[in-house]
Design a protein around this ligand. Structure first.
Ligand code: SF4
Length: 375
């Protein structure tokens, strides 16, 4: 039986684990990136490699040591380095003496044949058509529920009376989704998640609102962004991230299959500033900044890995977008040298500045649409 593993990114390991197991593989679960992961990644990656490359490489060393013989990752097209990640990582790991197969899931729009060949390698049991449908439905439901639980945590954390209650509730929701065995169970859990968040005692005030944009890995993996959403929530800030895994899957896999551009509205919003594709999510960062400004957010934070080309391009445009639209802007660059306390100090200063600006204007920037979304 294949012993399969994959990169760790947010809670995506839960549906991926379920999917790969249902397809007849033994899964070697990747550990949450820790100091050892980063140290291994930095040791074996080229110095100029972007931070997610190093974290993922470190994870691969850990799972290969734990017995994995197959690594699965996504590929990519376009001008940034993501499309060459797996090729380079495979070469580095094989030079280190590891014996394994790297399976790269390329975007379906341009590499459908390769994608089908890769998927076939991961199907190692006999399944009926109905089985495939049921597995697909279950995994999708898990994915959307995990996103929902996280979104609710962002909404409730700034309002909580007892510090830490939202984080504890969120962890409980993740455990519930992870332990579910059927669609019926997941449907019941969905209601339970809503009730758990409703039960948290909340303060009644209008929190400062900050939108977060940037590169996908540092957006979705809390250990890479030093738990920025939790830190901001604890500071009494409502945060909204521009990307979640379910939305990313739809725009980059499903829509790509039909040769349709994902996030078309967001790209349109970026067009007065930035019309070209620059790889990664650089253009989407600009479009989402405009979107947050239109909805009355007070500030914008851009998260980017050190040396990330698409986000460097976006960073040259975002200050103008924010200035023109009255939104505060903070750029945070992340790598293995970035410390949590240093980032926290910068966040505290940024939030104080946004709160002072609100006070000075003697008005809230909240717009009716946002009030509706938050209620
Ligand atoms: S988007 Fe940025 S961090 Fe991600 S692979 Fe491309 S250059 Fe590296």
């Amino acid at each position: 039986m294949r012993k399969v593993s994959f990169p760790y990114m947010g809670t995506s390991y839960i549906p991926f684990n379920k999917l790969l197991t249902a397809l007849g593989n033994e899964v070697v679960l990747p550990p949450r990136p820790n100091a050892e992961t980063i140290s291994l990644g930095c040791k074996f990656a080229p110095e100029f490699a972007c931070y997610p490359f190093k974290i993922v490489l470190g994870t691969y060393v850990q799972v290969l040591e734990a017995g994995a013989d197959t690594l699965v990752s996504t590929g990519g097209v376009g001008p940034c380095r993501a499309g060459l990640y797996t090729t380079l990582q495979e070469k580095i790991l094989k030079d280190l003496g590891y014996n394994f197969e790297m399976i790269t899931l390329e975007p379906p729009g341009r590499h459908l044949k390769d994608l089908i060949t890769s998927i076939k390698k991961l199907i190692n049991t006999r399944l009926s058509f109905k089985d495939y449908i049921n597995i697909g439905r279950f995994v999708w439901k898990q994915l959307t529920l995990l996103d929902k639980a996280e979104r609710l945590s962002h909404k409730v954390r700034p309002l909580e009376v007892k510090k830490g209650e939202t984080t504890r509730t969120y962890k409980k929701c993740v455990d519930l989704v992870s332990g579910a065995q059927s669609i019926k169970e997941l449907t019941e859990i969905e209601r339970e998640i809503e009730l758990l968040y409703e039960c948290i005692e909340k303060k009644d005030f209008d929190p400062v609102k900050i939108g977060i944009v940037g590169e996908i890995y540092v957006l979705l993996e809390p250990s890479a962004n030093l738990e920025i959403e939790e830190t901001l929530g604890d500071l009494g800030v409502y945060v909204e991230r521009s990307m979640f895994l379910a939305g990313y899957t739809v725009s980059n896999a499903v829509m790509d299959l039909f040769h349709m551009a994902g996030e078309r509205d967001i790209k349109k919003l970026a067009s007065p500033y930035f019309k070209e594709m620059c790889g990664g999510h650089g253009r989407e960062s600009v479009g989402n900044a405009v979107h947050f400004a239109k909805r009355g957010f007070d500030g914008l934070i851009q998260l980017s890995p050190f040396t990330c080309i698409p986000e460097i391009v976006a960073k040259s445009i975002l200050p103008r977008v924010c200035e023109e639209r009255g939104m505060g802007f903070l750029a945070i660059t992340l790598d293995e040298q970035t410390g949590k306390e240093g980032v926290k100090t910068r966040l505290e200063a940024f939030v104080d500045m946004l709160a002072a600006k609100r006070k000075k204007l003697k008005t809230t920037t909240i717009k009716p649409q946002l009030v509706k979304e938050m209620s």
